[in-house]
Design a protein around this ligand. Structure first.
Ligand SMILES: NC(=O)c1ccc[n+]([C@@H]2O[C@H](COP(=O)([O-])OP(=O)(O)OC[C@H]3O[C@@H](n4cnc5c(N)ncnc54)[C@H](OP(=O)(O)O)[C@@H]3O)[C@@H](O)[C@H]2O)c1
Length: 243
């Protein structure tokens, strides 16, 4: 699929990996809407950069734990841009939740942001994609979906659900809409992660270095352009699964 003139929505697109994905799609000529929840000034800056690449852009504040906000966002993109061709679910909530201390509210937040949110976006976007017989849904999971970290079980369980959801979407939406999921390894550490934890994460890979957000943006571009790949889990993890 040629990306020039297509319409993309990137959740969590204000900063970090989501921003790189949004700018990658805009650089390929797509019109790009991003969602943010709290990062207002980052969202403004990313929007400015998207428009600076010569394409239309939009930034929408969405808490994807709310079904109403998600449906409104998809309707707004379809209204402003005329359609939605590419959905990238990148927004995520991530922090330690040890079994002995995790609360019901934290479990709900992890599942809400990492699984129910992407499900809602996919459901809302799929209707128009099916009508127009064209669409790409690209979800961003995590290598930990298949080898969970014991202190992050709600996050890992949500990402495992996201992988299964994506494979199911590929079946449910075929043959005109393709759905794939990327499973990143260490790409960009959260700002507060201790040096010891960083080293441990890199030691568990073959390549022994963080990937950087561009690696995920490139994988998204590949999956968005492909006309023949669907139902795939694409690891972008520096060889984490073999190390
Ligand atoms: N970074 C890595 O090394 C790595 C590794 C493996 C997998 N991944 C996956 O790759 C994706 C991008 O990674 P990242 O590190 O850039 O993610 P991130 O910084 O942890 O989160 C991305 C954005 O998600 C938004 N968000 C959180 N809760 C939300 C909610 N309830 N509703 C709407 N938005 C919400 C936040 O927006 P605001 O800032 O606007 O509040 C945040 O900026 C994520 O799915 C992550 O799980 C990343």
């Amino acid at each position: 699929m040629e990306l020039e003139g297509k319409v993309a929505l990137v959740t969590g697109g204000a900063k970090r990996v989501g921003r790189e994905i949004a700018l990658g799609l805009a650089g390929a000529g797509a019109q790009v809407a991003i969602t943010y929840r709290t990062s207002v000034s980052d969202a403004r800056e990313t929007l400015r950069k998207i428009r600076g690449l010569g394409v239309k852009g939009l930034a929408l504040r969405v808490d994807q734990r709310s079904g109403r906000e998600v449906r409104q966002a998809v309707r707004r993109v379809e209204k402003d841009f005329g359609r939605l061709d590419i959905l990238v679910n990148s927004a995520s909530s991530f922090y330690p939740t040890p079994l002995s201390r995790v609360s019901e509210a934290q479990w709900e937040e992890m599942i809400g942001a990492n699984l129910t949110g992407p499900w809602r976006f996919a459901q809302a976007a799929a209707a128009g994609m099916l009508r127009r017989r064209l669409g790409r849904i690209i979800n961003i999971a995590d290598v930990s979906y298949e080898s969970p970290w014991s202190d992050y079980l709600p996050y890992c369980a949500a990402k495992g659900g996201l992988v299964t959801l994506t494979l199911g979407l590929a079946k449910a939406l075929a043959p005109h809409v393709q759905a794939n999921v990327i499973a990143p390894g260490p790409i960009l550490f959260p700002p507060g992660l201790a040096p010891r934890e960083r080293r441990r994460a890199l030691d568990r890979t073959l390549l022994k270095r963080p990937g950087g957000p561009r690696e995920i943006a490139e994988a998204v571009l590949y999956l968005a352009k492909s006309d023949f790949v669907t139902g795939v889990v694409l690891p972008v993890d520096g060889g984490r699964r073999l190390a």
